[in-house]
Design a protein around this ligand. Structure first.
Ligand code: HEM
Ligand code: HEM
Length: 243
C-alpha cells in the first residue's frame, strides 16, 4: 500500500515533468521555426481577425476535416468533444473548491466518456476497413488509439461497475501539490487507469498528439492571404537584407 502510493506519486511527478517541459520545448521549437513562404491554404482570409476566426472554426468544428471526409469527421469530432467533456469533469479531482461550471458539467462528462469510446472505435475501425488508411497506418497509430480506448473503458468501468473511492483519489492528487503523500486506493482498475494516463502524458511530447498545440503553428492555417499587400519576409531573411 505504502509502496503503491509512493510509486504512483513519483510516477505522476515524472509524467507531469515530461509532459510540461516536453510540450513547452516543442512549442518553443515550433514558434522559432521560420516560415519562409506565404502558404495559407486557399481560399484563405485576408485579415488577421479572419485568420483567428478560421482557426477557431478549425479547432471547434474541424472544418477542413468536414470538407474532406464525413465519416472521419463525425467520429473524430465525437471523440474530441467527448474528451473535452471528460477533461472538464475530471477537473473536480484537482481543484478545491470545485468551480460551479465544473459541477454543472459532471453528468455530461459521463456521456462524454461514452462518446469518446464510440468515436475512437469508429476511428480505429477506419484503420482496418479503409484500404488507403490501413496502408499508411503505423504501429504507433494503433497503439495511441488502443491506449485511449483502454483509458476510457477502465474509466467507464469504474464509474458503472467497480467503484473507487473518489474522495481518497482527490486527497492523493491534492496532496501531490504539497509533497504530502495521501494513501491512494489500491483498486486494480484505478491503478490501471492511472498508469495508462501517466503513459499518455509521457508519450504526448514526442507523438502525433502534438497536433493539438501544433495546429496553431501551421503556416497553412495561421497566415493571412495578403502577399500583395504585405511583403512576407522570414526573420532570418530580414537579417540577411540588413547586411
Ligand atoms: C486543439 C485541440 C485539438 C484539435 C483541434 C484536434 C484535431 C484533430 C484532427 C482534425 C484530427 C484528424 C482526424 C483525421 O484526419 O484522421 C485529430 C486526430 C487525432 N486526435 Fe486530435 N485534436 C486536438 C487535441 C487532441 C488531444 C488533446 C488528443 C489526445 C490526448 C487528441 C487525440 C487524437 C488522436 C488519437 C487522433 C488520431 C485518430 C486516428 O488515429 O484516426 N487530439 N485531431
Ligand atoms: C490523473 C488523471 C486522472 C484521474 C485521477 C482519473 C480518475 C478517474 C476516476 C476516479 C474515474 C471514475 C469516476 C467515477 O466513478 O465517477 C474516472 C473515469 C473516467 N476517466 Fe479518468 N482519470 C484521469 C485521467 C483521465 C484521462 C486523461 C482520460 C481520457 C483520456 C480519462 C478518461 C476517463 C473516462 C472516459 C471515465 C469515465 C467517465 C467519467 O466518469 O468521467 N481519465 N477517471
Amino acid at each position: 500500500m505504502a509502496f503503491l502510493t509512493t510509486f504512483y506519486a513519483f510516477l505522476f511527478y515524472f509524467a507531469a515533468l515530461v509532459f510540461v517541459s516536453g510540450v513547452l520545448f516543442k512549442i518553443t521549437q515550433y514558434a522559432r521555426t521560420p516560415a519562409p513562404l506565404k502558404i495559407p491554404t486557399t481560399p484563405a482570409p485576408t485579415t488577421t481577425s479572419g485568420v483567428v476566426l478560421r482557426m477557431m472554426r478549425e479547432v471547434v468544428l474541424f472544418e477542413s476535416l468536414f470538407r474532406g471526409n464525413k465519416w472521419t469527421w463525425i467520429f473524430g469530432w465525437m471523440f474530441h468533444f467527448g474528451l473535452l467533456l471528460v477533461t472538464l469533469r475530471h477537473l473536480r479531482y484537482f481543484i478545491e473548491p470545485v468551480w460551479f461550471p465544473i459541477e454543472l458539467v459532471q453528468p455530461f462528462g459521463i456521456y462524454g466518456g461514452m462518446a469518446m469510446i464510440v468515436g475512437l472505435t469508429g476511428l480505429w475501425a477506419r484503420r482496418f476497413l479503409v484500404d488507403r488508411v490501413r496502408y499508411i497506418s503505423a504501429p504507433s497509430d494503433h497503439l495511441i488509439l488502443a491506449l485511449l480506448v483502454l483509458i476510457g473503458i477502465s474509466g467507464l468501468l469504474m464509474k458503472f461497475v467497480f467503484h473507487s473511492d473518489i474522495v481518497e483519489i482527490k486527497a492523493f492528487f491534492m496532496g501531490l501539490y504539497a509533497y504530502d503523500f495521501q494513501p491512494l486506493p489500491s483498486d486494480p482498475l484505478l491503478l490501471l487507469h492511472l498508469f495508462l494516463v501517466a503513459l499518455l502524458l509521457i508519450i504526448f511530447p514526442y507523438s502525433k498528439l502534438l497536433h493539438a498545440p501544433g495546429l496553431f503553428f501551421s503556416p497553412t492555417r495561421n497566415q493571412a492571404d495578403n502577399p500583395r499587400e504585405v511583403r512576407h519576409i522570414a526573420p532570418w531573411a530580414q537579417q540577411l537584407e540588413q547586411k
